[in-house]
Design a protein around this ligand. Structure first.
Ligand SMILES: Cc1cc2nc3c(=O)[nH]c(=O)nc-3n(C[C@H](O)[C@H](O)[C@H](O)COP(=O)(O)OP(=O)(O)OC[C@H]3O[C@@H](n4cnc5c(N)ncnc54)[C@H](O)[C@@H]3O)c2cc1C
Length: 443
């Protein structure tokens, strides 16, 4: 199916699922008996909010059917914005009840005289506020990524369960049979997405184990893990894609990390694939370097749409910052293995020469395709004659060929590089449709 048609289908389905309860409610209960229109409006906002919150997990539950149409970055962004929008709807729901509908503040509290369905709703709203707050200000709260991930998951389940209980026990609309059927279907969908994500997927991964073949130190506090499939043929992938790596005892272990393949997508007969991982914290700095040949690793993937296989063009410009070079190296390796003759220009930004991860690998590929590698160092060593500073419009202009406007652009690196390229590339006349990016950061 054409990508745009798939995109329209999934977005249409999302909009339908979010708004359908309003339609069913209006048809099933034309006269709600609410004291005022404001209460009906507040209820409507609440229904949309709970449907949006219930769908939040589906957006990030690695459903390849939907992710394939939008890409991880776009889906994560949508997940974040939909979460904030749902929280604002919850606030609007409460505000309307307090102001326009005239309910006293105490009647929405947790106090002893307040009916339990309202207390449950208030608890759901408080959890929703906390959920959004810790996600927007994780770093400011000094919360470790893993702690945030656990808290985020627990709060999300609390918000949806308490919210659903609040809606189901609070009368007017929910008491009608069509709304009860709809509520049951939505709950089944929510549970189904959880079961698929937390039970079915790990069970499938359990049947396809991988083991470490080698662990090789690289420049820039990184190591390259070469993994080979055990008792199965492995997978095929597109250069630029990533997998979730899990180094726990079983695939049910909660800690998993997204890591791009750094080897060629022309996978060798033994099915081995490589991942290059930079020490950025507990897992990448302690667990990964401690791995030894023969150790078990669980691999879920491949995922992602950040790939030249999906973007035809007469040439490629790759811009990588730090460890963001890994998917770009996979692209170059793959084009070399395929004997692709199209020009590839790779800008590789790093702090110093010692941080140019996989530079030797790129150097060795130069003879096998039309590849130019331009290292750009923030802190160059004495005698360095190459590019210095941050990759900017001038750096690009100095190296891009005249026909660069028709090339495809792939950008991967830390947030400042991504933000800068989002401004710089359009200013060089590159249309948005030819700029593809992957952020190595989730929250
Ligand atoms: C699509 C994608 C591809 C990536 N490819 C690579 C790669 O090829 N090589 C590489 O070195 N890094 C890659 N990363 C980044 C890598 O996932 C994190 O650096 C790694 O998870 C760090 O974990 P940590 O516990 O060691 O560090 P921490 O100090 O705990 O985290 C550092 C940062 O990494 C991110 N992070 C941590 N844990 C996770 C997690 N479970 N899921 C998502 N993000 C997390 C968070 O933004 C966090 O702030 C990629 C990230 C994404 C989103």
């Amino acid at each position: 199916m054409l990508l745009i048609v798939r995109g329209i289908f999934w977005f249409g389905l999302y909009t339908f699922l979010v708004t359908f309860p309003l339609l069913v409610g209006a048809l099933a209960v034309p006269h709600s008996g609410a004291p005022s229109l404001s209460v009906d409006l507040a209820d409507g906002l609440g229904y949309v909010a709970i449907a949006m919150l219930g769908l939040e997990l589906a957006l990030v539950s690695r459903m390849d059917e939907a992710a394939g149409a939008f890409g991880l970055d776009a889906l994560l962004q949508f997940h974040r914005e939909a979460g904030i929008a749902a929280m604002l709807l919850v606030v609007a729901h409460v505000t309307l009840l307090l102001t326009a509908a005239g309910y006293p503040a105490a009647s929405l509290g947790l106090g002893p005289g307040v009916p339990w369905p309202i207390r449950v709703g208030t608890a759901a709203a408080a959890c929703a506020l906390l959920l959004v707050a810790i996600s927007l200000a994780r770093r400011r709260f000094g919360l470790r990524f893993e702690s945030w991930q656990l808290l985020h998951g627990l709060l999300a389940v609390a918000v949806v369960s308490l919210g659903a209980l609040h809606v189901a026990s609070l009368g007017r609309f929910a008491a009608s049979l069509p709304m009860q059927i709809l509520g049951t279907v939505y709950l089944a969908l929510f549970v189904g997405v959880h079961v698929r994500h937390r039970l079915v997927r790990p069970l499938l991964i359990l049947r396809r184990p991988w083991e470490v073949e080698s662990v090789v130190p690289e420049r820039g506090r990184a190591v390259t893990l070469r993994l080979r499939p055990v008792g199965h043929p492995g997978f095929s992938f597109e250069p630029g894609q990533f997998c979730w790596l899990n180094m726990g005892r079983s695939p049910f272990h909660l800690e998993q990390h997204p890591i791009s393949m750094s080897s060629s997508a022309e996978v060798p007969p033994d099915g081995a694939v490589a991942f290059t991982i930079r020490d950025l914290g507990d897992w990448s700095g302690k667990v990964v370097p401690a791995l030894r040949p023969g150790d078990r690793v669980w691999v879920d993937g491949p995922y992602g749409v950040f790939s030249p296989d999906r973007e035809e063009g007469p040439g490629y410009v790759l811009v990588g910052g730090g460890i963001g070079v890994t998917p770009l190296v996979s692209m170059v390796e793959t084009l070399a293995d395929r004997r692709d003759r199209r020009p590839v220009i790779l800008f590789h930004g790093a702090h110093g020469e010692g941080d140019l991860t996989l530079a030797e690998r790129l150097e060795s590929l130069r003879g096998r395709l039309d590849l130019s590698v331009i290292p750009v160092l923030e802190h160059p060593p004495p005698g360095w004659t190459g590019e210095t500073g941050l990759i900017g419009a001038d750096t690009l202009r100095r190296h891009l060929p005249r026909e660069h406007g028709r090339f495809q652009y792939f950008v991967c690196g830390p947030p400042p590089l991504m933000d800068s390229m989002e401004r710089v590339l359009p200013s060089l006349g590159i249309p948005a449709a030819r700029i593809h990016s992957e952020r190595f950061e989730m929250v």
